[in-house]
Design a protein around this ligand. Structure first.
Ligand code: HEM
Ligand SMILES: *[C@@H]1O[C@H](CO)[C@@H](O)[C@H](O)[C@H]1NC(C)=O
Ligand SMILES: CC(=O)N[C@H]1CO[C@H](CO)[C@@H](O)[C@@H]1O
Length: 312
Protein backbone atom coordinates (compact mmCIF):
# COMPACT_ATOMS: atom_id res chain seq x y z
CA UNK A 1 0.00 0.00 0.00
CA UNK A 2 2.68 2.43 1.05
CA UNK A 3 4.64 1.61 -2.05
CA UNK A 4 1.60 2.33 -4.19
CA UNK A 5 1.14 5.75 -2.61
CA UNK A 6 4.77 6.63 -3.12
CA UNK A 7 4.44 5.46 -6.69
CA UNK A 8 1.52 7.83 -7.18
CA UNK A 9 3.44 10.82 -5.91
CA UNK A 10 6.69 10.19 -7.66
CA UNK A 11 5.45 8.95 -10.98
CA UNK A 12 2.00 10.35 -11.59
CA UNK A 13 2.17 13.79 -9.99
CA UNK A 14 5.15 15.11 -11.92
CA UNK A 15 3.57 13.89 -15.14
CA UNK A 16 0.33 15.69 -14.34
CA UNK A 17 2.18 19.01 -14.30
CA UNK A 18 4.62 18.21 -17.02
CA UNK A 19 3.38 20.35 -19.86
CA UNK A 20 4.35 23.45 -21.71
CA UNK A 21 1.77 26.20 -21.64
CA UNK A 22 1.37 29.76 -22.82
CA UNK A 23 2.10 32.08 -19.91
CA UNK A 24 3.92 29.47 -17.81
CA UNK A 25 5.66 32.25 -15.85
CA UNK A 26 2.52 34.36 -15.30
CA UNK A 27 2.64 33.90 -11.53
CA UNK A 28 6.25 32.78 -10.90
CA UNK A 29 7.82 35.62 -12.90
CA UNK A 30 5.16 37.89 -14.37
CA UNK A 31 7.70 40.08 -16.15
CA UNK A 32 9.58 37.21 -17.78
CA UNK A 33 8.24 37.72 -21.30
CA UNK A 34 8.44 41.51 -21.17
CA UNK A 35 12.05 41.38 -19.91
CA UNK A 36 13.09 39.16 -22.82
CA UNK A 37 11.18 41.34 -25.27
CA UNK A 38 12.93 44.49 -24.07
CA UNK A 39 16.40 42.97 -24.41
CA UNK A 40 15.56 41.80 -27.94
CA UNK A 41 14.06 45.17 -28.90
CA UNK A 42 17.16 47.03 -27.68
CA UNK A 43 19.45 44.76 -29.64
CA UNK A 44 17.29 44.85 -32.74
CA UNK A 45 17.39 48.65 -32.73
CA UNK A 46 21.12 48.55 -33.37
CA UNK A 47 21.50 45.16 -35.06
CA UNK A 48 18.76 43.84 -37.34
CA UNK A 49 20.73 40.65 -37.94
CA UNK A 50 19.84 39.42 -34.44
CA UNK A 51 16.67 37.83 -35.84
CA UNK A 52 18.68 35.52 -38.07
CA UNK A 53 21.08 34.73 -35.25
CA UNK A 54 18.29 33.70 -32.88
CA UNK A 55 16.35 31.68 -35.43
CA UNK A 56 19.41 29.66 -36.29
CA UNK A 57 20.34 29.21 -32.63
CA UNK A 58 16.81 28.01 -31.83
CA UNK A 59 16.93 25.45 -34.64
CA UNK A 60 20.40 24.22 -33.72
CA UNK A 61 19.32 23.86 -30.11
CA UNK A 62 16.13 21.91 -30.86
CA UNK A 63 17.72 19.73 -33.55
CA UNK A 64 20.22 18.00 -31.29
CA UNK A 65 18.76 16.86 -27.95
CA UNK A 66 15.47 18.73 -28.13
CA UNK A 67 14.98 22.38 -27.12
CA UNK A 68 16.98 22.22 -23.90
CA UNK A 69 19.56 25.00 -24.31
CA UNK A 70 22.31 22.39 -24.78
CA UNK A 71 23.72 24.60 -27.53
CA UNK A 72 24.57 27.33 -25.00
CA UNK A 73 26.95 25.25 -22.88
CA UNK A 74 30.64 26.15 -22.96
CA UNK A 75 33.19 23.41 -23.34
CA UNK A 76 35.32 22.47 -20.35
CA UNK A 77 38.52 20.46 -20.03
CA UNK A 78 36.40 17.38 -19.42
CA UNK A 79 33.69 17.97 -22.04
CA UNK A 80 33.63 19.21 -25.64
CA UNK A 81 30.20 20.81 -26.02
CA UNK A 82 27.76 21.06 -28.97
CA UNK A 83 29.04 24.55 -29.76
CA UNK A 84 32.25 23.16 -31.23
CA UNK A 85 30.56 21.03 -33.89
CA UNK A 86 31.04 21.68 -37.60
CA UNK A 87 27.91 23.71 -38.19
CA UNK A 88 28.50 25.69 -35.05
CA UNK A 89 31.12 28.27 -35.73
CA UNK A 90 28.63 30.70 -37.13
CA UNK A 91 25.80 30.24 -34.62
CA UNK A 92 25.74 33.56 -32.80
CA UNK A 93 23.64 35.60 -30.38
CA UNK A 94 24.91 33.91 -27.22
CA UNK A 95 25.59 37.29 -25.65
CA UNK A 96 21.95 38.32 -26.03
CA UNK A 97 20.81 35.20 -24.19
CA UNK A 98 23.33 35.91 -21.41
CA UNK A 99 22.11 39.49 -21.14
CA UNK A 100 18.46 38.43 -20.86
CA UNK A 101 19.38 35.75 -18.33
CA UNK A 102 21.23 38.24 -16.13
CA UNK A 103 18.19 40.53 -16.00
CA UNK A 104 15.85 37.61 -15.37
CA UNK A 105 18.01 36.24 -12.54
CA UNK A 106 17.89 39.65 -10.86
CA UNK A 107 14.08 39.78 -11.19
CA UNK A 108 13.26 36.12 -10.45
CA UNK A 109 16.24 33.96 -9.46
CA UNK A 110 16.41 30.38 -10.77
CA UNK A 111 12.99 30.56 -12.38
CA UNK A 112 13.17 31.11 -16.15
CA UNK A 113 14.98 28.47 -18.20
CA UNK A 114 17.57 29.28 -20.82
CA UNK A 115 15.64 27.06 -23.24
CA UNK A 116 12.61 29.31 -22.82
CA UNK A 117 14.75 32.44 -23.23
CA UNK A 118 15.94 31.22 -26.65
CA UNK A 119 12.35 30.41 -27.64
CA UNK A 120 10.88 33.72 -26.47
CA UNK A 121 13.71 35.83 -27.87
CA UNK A 122 13.34 34.15 -31.26
CA UNK A 123 9.59 34.80 -31.23
CA UNK A 124 10.11 38.50 -30.41
CA UNK A 125 12.82 38.98 -33.03
CA UNK A 126 10.72 37.38 -35.77
CA UNK A 127 7.86 39.79 -35.06
CA UNK A 128 10.22 42.79 -35.08
CA UNK A 129 11.46 41.79 -38.54
CA UNK A 130 7.97 41.75 -40.00
CA UNK A 131 7.18 38.11 -39.33
CA UNK A 132 4.14 36.68 -37.59
CA UNK A 133 3.25 37.47 -33.99
CA UNK A 134 2.38 34.39 -32.02
CA UNK A 135 1.95 33.04 -28.51
CA UNK A 136 4.54 30.48 -27.58
CA UNK A 137 4.16 27.90 -24.81
CA UNK A 138 6.86 27.95 -22.11
CA UNK A 139 7.90 25.73 -19.23
CA UNK A 140 10.97 24.13 -20.80
CA UNK A 141 13.75 23.01 -18.49
CA UNK A 142 17.47 23.15 -19.25
CA UNK A 143 19.34 20.00 -20.17
CA UNK A 144 22.20 18.43 -18.26
CA UNK A 145 24.17 17.21 -21.29
CA UNK A 146 25.92 18.99 -24.16
CA UNK A 147 28.25 16.85 -26.22
CA UNK A 148 29.78 17.50 -29.62
CA UNK A 149 29.17 13.85 -30.57
CA UNK A 150 25.38 14.35 -30.39
CA UNK A 151 25.40 16.91 -33.23
CA UNK A 152 24.10 15.21 -36.35
CA UNK A 153 22.21 17.93 -38.24
CA UNK A 154 21.95 17.63 -42.05
CA UNK A 155 24.20 19.98 -43.98
CA UNK A 156 23.52 22.31 -46.93
CA UNK A 157 24.48 19.58 -49.42
CA UNK A 158 22.33 16.86 -47.85
CA UNK A 159 19.59 15.63 -50.26
CA UNK A 160 16.02 16.77 -49.67
CA UNK A 161 14.90 13.19 -48.97
CA UNK A 162 17.44 12.70 -46.19
CA UNK A 163 16.70 16.14 -44.76
CA UNK A 164 12.97 15.32 -44.75
CA UNK A 165 13.69 12.08 -42.90
CA UNK A 166 15.65 14.00 -40.29
CA UNK A 167 12.73 16.38 -39.69
CA UNK A 168 10.25 13.48 -39.73
CA UNK A 169 12.28 11.80 -36.98
CA UNK A 170 11.55 14.91 -34.88
CA UNK A 171 7.84 14.84 -35.72
CA UNK A 172 8.02 17.63 -38.33
CA UNK A 173 6.24 17.00 -41.64
CA UNK A 174 7.74 17.80 -45.03
CA UNK A 175 5.38 20.76 -45.42
CA UNK A 176 6.39 22.09 -42.00
CA UNK A 177 10.04 21.60 -42.93
CA UNK A 178 9.60 23.69 -46.08
CA UNK A 179 7.87 26.32 -43.92
CA UNK A 180 10.74 26.36 -41.42
CA UNK A 181 13.27 26.80 -44.25
CA UNK A 182 11.42 30.07 -44.87
CA UNK A 183 13.57 31.34 -41.98
CA UNK A 184 16.26 31.63 -44.65
CA UNK A 185 14.40 34.78 -45.69
CA UNK A 186 16.72 36.48 -43.18
CA UNK A 187 20.41 36.07 -42.53
CA UNK A 188 23.50 35.07 -44.40
CA UNK A 189 25.58 32.12 -45.55
CA UNK A 190 29.36 32.03 -45.66
CA UNK A 191 31.09 30.96 -48.89
CA UNK A 192 32.40 27.78 -47.30
CA UNK A 193 28.80 26.48 -47.14
CA UNK A 194 28.08 26.91 -50.88
CA UNK A 195 31.34 27.37 -52.81
CA UNK A 196 31.12 23.79 -54.11
CA UNK A 197 28.30 25.03 -56.34
CA UNK A 198 30.39 27.74 -57.95
CA UNK A 199 33.51 25.93 -59.09
CA UNK A 200 34.69 27.34 -62.39
CA UNK A 201 34.75 24.32 -64.71
CA UNK A 202 31.39 22.89 -63.72
CA UNK A 203 29.12 25.43 -62.04
CA UNK A 204 25.85 24.11 -60.62
CA UNK A 205 23.33 24.51 -63.49
CA UNK A 206 20.50 24.99 -60.99
CA UNK A 207 21.95 28.38 -59.99
CA UNK A 208 21.11 31.53 -61.91
CA UNK A 209 24.27 32.44 -63.92
CA UNK A 210 24.23 36.08 -62.78
CA UNK A 211 24.08 35.01 -59.14
CA UNK A 212 26.83 32.51 -59.82
CA UNK A 213 29.09 35.22 -61.25
CA UNK A 214 28.38 37.49 -58.30
CA UNK A 215 29.17 34.77 -55.76
CA UNK A 216 32.33 33.63 -57.57
CA UNK A 217 33.59 37.18 -57.27
CA UNK A 218 32.57 37.50 -53.61
CA UNK A 219 34.12 34.21 -52.63
CA UNK A 220 37.43 34.95 -54.31
CA UNK A 221 38.17 37.52 -51.63
CA UNK A 222 40.00 36.57 -48.48
CA UNK A 223 38.51 35.22 -45.31
CA UNK A 224 35.15 33.51 -45.63
CA UNK A 225 32.74 36.24 -46.77
CA UNK A 226 28.98 35.92 -46.43
CA UNK A 227 26.03 36.72 -48.66
CA UNK A 228 22.30 37.01 -47.91
CA UNK A 229 20.35 33.75 -48.10
CA UNK A 230 17.49 35.81 -49.53
CA UNK A 231 19.18 37.96 -52.14
CA UNK A 232 16.29 40.40 -52.33
CA UNK A 233 15.07 41.34 -48.84
CA UNK A 234 17.54 39.93 -46.35
CA UNK A 235 16.34 41.78 -43.25
CA UNK A 236 12.61 41.33 -43.79
CA UNK A 237 10.76 38.27 -42.60
CA UNK A 238 8.60 37.69 -45.68
CA UNK A 239 7.93 34.98 -48.28
CA UNK A 240 10.50 36.40 -50.71
CA UNK A 241 12.84 33.47 -50.05
CA UNK A 242 10.44 31.18 -51.93
CA UNK A 243 10.25 33.50 -54.93
CA UNK A 244 14.03 33.66 -55.02
CA UNK A 245 14.48 29.89 -55.09
CA UNK A 246 11.83 29.62 -57.81
CA UNK A 247 14.02 32.08 -59.76
CA UNK A 248 17.11 29.82 -59.27
CA UNK A 249 18.55 32.28 -56.77
CA UNK A 250 18.95 29.93 -53.85
CA UNK A 251 22.40 30.31 -52.31
CA UNK A 252 22.58 26.97 -50.48
CA UNK A 253 22.12 23.78 -52.49
CA UNK A 254 19.44 22.55 -50.10
CA UNK A 255 17.47 25.79 -50.52
CA UNK A 256 17.58 25.49 -54.30
CA UNK A 257 16.64 21.81 -54.18
CA UNK A 258 13.47 22.59 -52.21
CA UNK A 259 12.19 24.38 -55.31
CA UNK A 260 13.07 21.42 -57.56
CA UNK A 261 12.32 18.28 -55.58
CA UNK A 262 8.96 16.68 -56.37
CA UNK A 263 8.10 16.29 -52.68
CA UNK A 264 8.66 19.96 -51.77
CA UNK A 265 8.24 22.18 -54.85
CA UNK A 266 4.46 22.37 -54.48
CA UNK A 267 4.81 23.87 -51.01
CA UNK A 268 7.42 26.31 -52.31
CA UNK A 269 5.09 27.59 -55.09
CA UNK A 270 2.25 27.82 -52.63
CA UNK A 271 4.20 29.96 -50.13
CA UNK A 272 5.69 32.11 -52.91
CA UNK A 273 2.16 32.91 -54.06
CA UNK A 274 0.63 33.38 -50.64
CA UNK A 275 2.57 35.40 -48.07
CA UNK A 276 -0.19 35.24 -45.52
CA UNK A 277 -0.31 31.47 -45.65
CA UNK A 278 3.45 31.37 -45.12
CA UNK A 279 3.30 33.69 -42.09
CA UNK A 280 0.56 31.66 -40.41
CA UNK A 281 2.20 28.37 -41.29
CA UNK A 282 5.54 29.58 -39.97
CA UNK A 283 4.07 30.53 -36.61
CA UNK A 284 2.57 27.03 -36.26
CA UNK A 285 5.69 25.25 -37.48
CA UNK A 286 8.12 27.09 -35.23
CA UNK A 287 5.92 26.57 -32.18
CA UNK A 288 5.99 22.87 -33.05
CA UNK A 289 9.75 22.95 -33.57
CA UNK A 290 10.05 24.53 -30.13
CA UNK A 291 8.33 21.52 -28.58
CA UNK A 292 10.76 18.91 -29.90
CA UNK A 293 11.84 16.59 -27.05
CA UNK A 294 11.51 19.29 -24.37
CA UNK A 295 12.32 18.66 -20.73
CA UNK A 296 9.45 19.65 -18.43
CA UNK A 297 8.21 19.32 -14.87
CA UNK A 298 11.19 18.51 -12.68
CA UNK A 299 13.41 17.15 -15.44
CA UNK A 300 16.75 18.87 -16.04
CA UNK A 301 17.30 22.13 -14.19
CA UNK A 302 16.90 25.90 -14.39
CA UNK A 303 20.43 27.06 -15.10
CA UNK A 304 21.71 30.10 -13.27
CA UNK A 305 24.12 30.88 -16.11
CA UNK A 306 23.12 29.70 -19.55
CA UNK A 307 26.62 28.68 -20.59
CA UNK A 308 27.36 26.41 -17.58
CA UNK A 309 25.54 23.59 -15.82
CA UNK A 310 24.62 24.46 -12.22
CA UNK A 311 26.79 21.61 -10.90
CA UNK A 312 29.95 23.26 -12.27
C1 HEM B 1 18.63 20.80 -42.09
C2 HEM B 1 18.11 21.96 -42.37
C3 HEM B 1 18.96 23.19 -42.51
C4 HEM B 1 20.17 23.35 -43.10
C5 HEM B 1 21.00 22.30 -43.82
C6 HEM B 1 20.56 24.74 -42.92
C7 HEM B 1 21.75 25.27 -43.36
C8 HEM B 1 22.18 26.54 -43.11
C9 HEM B 1 23.47 27.06 -43.48
C10 HEM B 1 24.57 26.28 -44.16
C11 HEM B 1 23.50 28.36 -43.11
C12 HEM B 1 24.65 29.34 -43.30
C13 HEM B 1 25.45 29.46 -42.01
C14 HEM B 1 26.59 30.41 -42.13
O1 HEM B 1 27.20 30.54 -43.18
O2 HEM B 1 26.90 31.07 -41.13
C15 HEM B 1 22.24 28.66 -42.49
C16 HEM B 1 21.90 29.88 -41.99
C17 HEM B 1 20.71 30.14 -41.36
N1 HEM B 1 19.73 29.22 -41.04
FE1 HEM B 1 19.60 27.34 -41.72
N2 HEM B 1 19.58 25.39 -42.25
C18 HEM B 1 18.59 24.49 -41.96
C19 HEM B 1 17.42 24.72 -41.28
C20 HEM B 1 17.11 25.92 -40.69
C21 HEM B 1 15.95 26.14 -39.86
C22 HEM B 1 14.89 25.07 -39.53
C23 HEM B 1 15.99 27.43 -39.44
C24 HEM B 1 15.05 28.17 -38.55
C25 HEM B 1 13.79 27.90 -38.37
C26 HEM B 1 17.18 28.02 -40.03
C27 HEM B 1 17.55 29.33 -39.91
C28 HEM B 1 18.71 29.88 -40.42
C29 HEM B 1 19.02 31.30 -40.36
C30 HEM B 1 18.12 32.40 -39.82
C31 HEM B 1 20.29 31.46 -40.92
C32 HEM B 1 21.11 32.75 -41.04
C33 HEM B 1 22.01 32.87 -39.83
C34 HEM B 1 22.78 34.15 -39.70
O3 HEM B 1 22.62 35.07 -40.52
O4 HEM B 1 23.55 34.26 -38.73
N3 HEM B 1 17.83 27.08 -40.76
N4 HEM B 1 21.45 27.53 -42.51
C1 LIG C 1 31.21 31.01 -22.21
O1 LIG C 1 31.96 31.34 -23.36
C2 LIG C 1 31.72 32.64 -23.86
C3 LIG C 1 32.45 32.82 -25.18
O2 LIG C 1 33.58 32.03 -25.27
C4 LIG C 1 32.11 33.68 -22.84
O3 LIG C 1 31.85 34.98 -23.31
C5 LIG C 1 31.31 33.41 -21.56
O4 LIG C 1 31.70 34.31 -20.56
C6 LIG C 1 31.52 31.99 -21.11
N1 LIG C 1 30.64 31.77 -19.95
C7 LIG C 1 31.10 31.56 -18.73
C8 LIG C 1 30.09 31.45 -17.65
O5 LIG C 1 32.29 31.45 -18.48
C1 LIG D 1 33.41 28.52 -32.38
C2 LIG D 1 33.68 27.10 -32.66
O1 LIG D 1 33.54 26.25 -31.79
N1 LIG D 1 34.07 26.80 -33.90
C3 LIG D 1 34.37 25.44 -34.36
C4 LIG D 1 33.32 24.95 -35.31
O2 LIG D 1 33.65 23.78 -35.99
C5 LIG D 1 34.85 23.87 -36.72
C6 LIG D 1 35.00 22.60 -37.52
O3 LIG D 1 34.55 21.47 -36.82
C7 LIG D 1 35.99 24.14 -35.76
O4 LIG D 1 37.22 24.23 -36.47
C8 LIG D 1 35.72 25.45 -35.03
O5 LIG D 1 36.72 25.69 -34.07
Amino acid sequence: MKIKILYFYFILLPLAFADLKVGFYASSCPKAESIVKKVVQNRFNRDKSITAALLRMHFHDCAVRGCDASILINSTKANTAEKEAGANGSVRGYDLIDEAKKTLEAACPSTVSCADIITLATRDAVALSGGPQYDVPTGRRDGLVSNIDDVNIPGPNTPVSVTSQFFASKGITTQEMVTLFGAHTVGVAHCSFFDGRLSGAKPDPTMDPALNAKLVKLCSSRGDPATPLDQKSSFVFDNEFYEQILAKKGVLLIDQQLALDATTKGFVSDFAANGDKFQKGFANAIVKMGEIDVLVGNQGEIRRKCSVFNRN
